[in-house]
Design a protein around this ligand. Structure first.
Ligand code: MN
Length: 745
């Protein structure tokens, strides 16, 4: 009798699912309501039905019907990005062409070319992103290429990624790591660049939850614990300002917003402080309801009221009213000294500015009539198009260049005539020269910044006025690549260097031609290829170049055999022991039983412990297949992890430690405390006496009443290390005990 009951239950859940789906669909329509034009409702319905039908047999990893995902993505597009009807239709259909029988032609027939083009863009991104062999950097380039068509493709893709991050719990651990790394490495910066601050923040926090689970939990918990005290402080801070604003007849909202867990954690890491010492756990935000012609003036009035009440820190005034960021962000930020001697950041903006800050690009479009600022976005897209056109740079370089030049914070500087130029933070005088014109860049020998002479490598600051000094004799050299940060300057310098190399190589080519003639063989493709292979060079150009600069001596060719018209190089002698074997032997000699590699046979596998993060048993780790050295084990919170996982996900192997008390691993800890007589012996007694842990090296430096000790020691696993760290922390006078993160620390 069990069977009918099962079926009944199944039908019941089916019914419930249907109801849930309809509810979700109706709330999407409700959200779209103010934007619906005649006929739109029917189109949205058609899209929903088409997608639901196409995905009807599919389920998500969580067990839910697949269609819940496109519905949620559409909802994010409308509510959180401010997109409209057409984007919602695209969001509903975004996975159909990729994963179901629906074709692009079907979409075009039903919804027209505009929507079909966006779906095509989304499908193309999906195609490359999912392919195992393709690097994330290449994917990223593809994503950006779609920018040149329609920015909505990127915005919908960001919504898609955000929903996947929100539902990442049901995925496998490796998948969680890979997707989180990609998100924090590529999508969060992109969201930032599009001005989607809320989405950027949520992406970072969610990624951190998977990549740094312990730190995440710790900060989240501390935030919760300190919430009441914080609310009290915020209320105390706000009260006098509120009174003044009310007296001034402003329409406003004011509230304290906690900073994101990710940004608090960044501060803790960067400044080396504890949670308790991060002073700006929150920011006060004042949103004014002012008409467009008065908003700037009102923001400054409010600034003046606040600084009458609290003293501002002059270096921390940020005026993005007069010079908005190129992602459209406008606001006035200041940091003032609040009650109890605590610094508080205050952000002042109008309702319009706030909407741009939260919804980015889409809101920007909405306001663009009359705002006169749309040029900045256009400029940005134009620069990306230029960088993309430079096809031969490899993808990883491209991603790096892109990140430094388009995603970094910006500074604005002036030409001698007073025109403003936006450059990424860290840009040099040489970057500026190339931004003026590539000819100015390649002839640049120096600059005058605010009338003072500086070298080409001089780093610029916001507000600088720059005059470039050129010389006809100047030409770019290799070192210039280290001086510039903008993609434009990099690619122009590379072009110039390549041109230069080609000229030099021409001489080498001529020398080779003559040499081959002497030997009585012809200068043909076959012979050149033989020689290029023999010298292990990437191209004939490199071969000619090395001849020209005398790195290759053509006299050697005399030793080669000549057979008819062919030159036959001697067979290269294989080295007896290859370097990589030596390396892996060294790492493998620590008996390799303490590591299990899932998905492979349980055979012992030779591996290396990464020097950058020095993992020990018990750490959360992953294996990375390196080209030369076999498997390298990194900690998941290794500084290089995000980059490796994001770019080479296909080379990542899931790994886990097995408990083993026989083998010890070298690790390091840093202890800071009050310099007290006998402190060293207290520490060493604890480590080697009480806990019987072997010390490899110890250095103690004392300075102004404090000491800093660096101890290298052998531990069996993380448990033992954690115990040691906790015991050390409880010694009197000890400030902090931290594990080394890197070799350099
Ligand atoms: Mn999707």
């Amino acid at each position: 009798m069990a069977e009918p009951v099962e079926i009944a239950k199944y039908n019941l859940t089916r019914e419930q699912e249907k109801k849930d789906l309809l509810r979700q669909y109706r709330s999407l329509l409700r959200a779209l309501k103010p934007k619906l034009k005649p006929g739109d409702k029917e189109l949205v319905r058609t899209a929903f039905e088409m997608a639901a039908e196409a995905h009807k047999t599919m389920r998500r990893k969580s067990g839910e019907p697949y269609i819940t995902h496109p519905l949620a993505v559409a909802m994010i597009c409308v509510e959180e990005i401010g997109l409209g009807v057409r984007s919602s239709i695209c969001a509903l259909l975004h996975d159909t062409v990729e994963d179901t029988d629906v074709t692009l032609e079907d979409v075009e027939r039903e919804f027209g070319t505009e929507i079909a083009r966006i779906i095509d863009g989304l499908t193309k991104i999906a195609n490359v992103v999912d392919a195992n062999t393709t690097q994330q950097a290449e994917n990223f380039k593809k994503i950006l290429l779609t920018l040149t068509d329609d920015p909505r493709v990127i915005l919908i893709k960001l919504a898609d990624r955000l929903h996947n991050m929100r539902t990442l719990d049901s995925m496998k651990h490796e998948k969680q790591l890979k997707i989180s790394s990609e998100t924090v490495y590529v999508y969060a910066p992109l969201a930032h660049r599009m001005g989607l601050y809320n989405i950027k923040t949520e992406m970072e926090d969610l990624s951190m939850k998977y990549l740094e689970p312990e730190e995440y939990k710790e900060i989240a918990q501390k935030l919760a614990e300190t919430k009441r005290e914080r609310t009290r402080f915020i209320n105390e801070f706000i009260r006098p300002i509120k009174d003044k604003l009310e007296q001034g007849n402003f329409n406003f909202e004011i509230h304290g917003r906690p900073k994101s867990i990710h940004s608090i954690w960044n501060k803790i890491k960067k400044k080396g402080v504890s949670f308790e010492e991060v002073y700006d756990l929150f920011a006060i935000r004042i949103i004014l309801d002012s008409p467009p012609e008065k908003e700037k003036e009102d923001c400054w009035k409010v600034y003046s009221m606040i600084t009458d009440e609290y003293n501002p820190s002059p270096e921390r005034l940020r005026d993005w009213l007069s010079n908005p960021k190129s992602n459209g962000y406008e606001a006035l930020h200041t940091t003032v000294m609040g009650p109890q001697g605590r610094w508080v950041e205050v952000q002042i903006r109008s309702k319009r500015m706030n909407e741009i800050a939260e919804k980015g690009l889409a809101a920007h479009w909405k306001y663009k009539e009359g705002a006169g600022e749309e040029g900045r976005f256009e400029q940005w897209f134009q620069q990306i198009r230029e960088a993309l056109n430079n096809q031969d740079s490899n993808s990883l370089d491209f991603l790096q260049d892109f990140k430094t030049s388009f995603l970094a914070e910006e500074i604005y500087v002036y030409t001698p005539k007073g025109d403003v130029k936006m450059l990424p933070l860290g840009a040099t005088a040489l970057d500026f020269a190339f931004s003026v014109h590539s000819m100015v860049g390649s002839k640049c020998i120096g600059a005058k910044v605010n009338h003072k002479l500086v070298p080409i490598s001089h780093k610029l600051r916001s507000g600088d006025q720059i005059e470039i000094i050129t010389s006809a004799k100047q030409k770019p050299n290799e070192n210039w690549l280290n001086i510039v940060v903008t993609a434009k300057a990099k690619s122009k310098i590379k072009d110039a260097l390549k041109e230069e190399k080609r000229k030099i190589a021409d001489e080498g080519k001529y020398l080779l031609q003559r040499k081959l003639e002497q030997l009585g063989v012809s200068f043909n493709q076959h012979n050149i290829e033989e020689l290029v292979v023999f010298y292990k060079l990437p191209s004939p150009l490199d071969f000619y170049y090395k001849i020209a600069v005398k790195e290759i001596d053509l006299k050697e060719l005399k030793e080669f055999q000549v057979l008819g018209d062919k030159i036959i190089p001697p067979k290269p002698v294989k080295p007896l022991v290859e370097h990589k074997d030596e390396e892996s032997l060294k790492a493998g000699n620590k008996k390799d039983a303490e590591l299990i590699i899932f998905g492979e046979s349980s055979d012992r596998i030779v591996y290396n412990l990464a020097a950058c993060c020095k993992p020990i048993p018990g750490d959360d780790v992953f294996g990375f297949v390196t080209t030369g050295k076999g498997l390298t084990i990194h900690r998941t919170n290794c500084p290089n992890a995000a980059k490796l996982l994001a770019n080479y996900g296909h080379r990542v192997v899931k790994t886990k430690w097995v408990k083993n008390k026989e083998i010890s691993f070298l690790t390091g800890i840093k202890i800071v405390g009050l310099d007290d007589v006998g402190v060293v012996s207290k520490i060493t007694n604890l480590i080697s006496g009480e806990l019987r842990i072997n010390i490899n090296a110890i250095t103690i430096e004392a300075k102004e009443g404090l000491f800093e000790g660096n101890i290298k020691l052998y531990v069996h696993d993380k448990e033992e290390l954690d115990k040691l760290v906790n015991r050390l922390k409880s010694l009197p006078g000890i400030e902090s005990v931290d594990r080394y993160d890197t070799e350099a620390a």
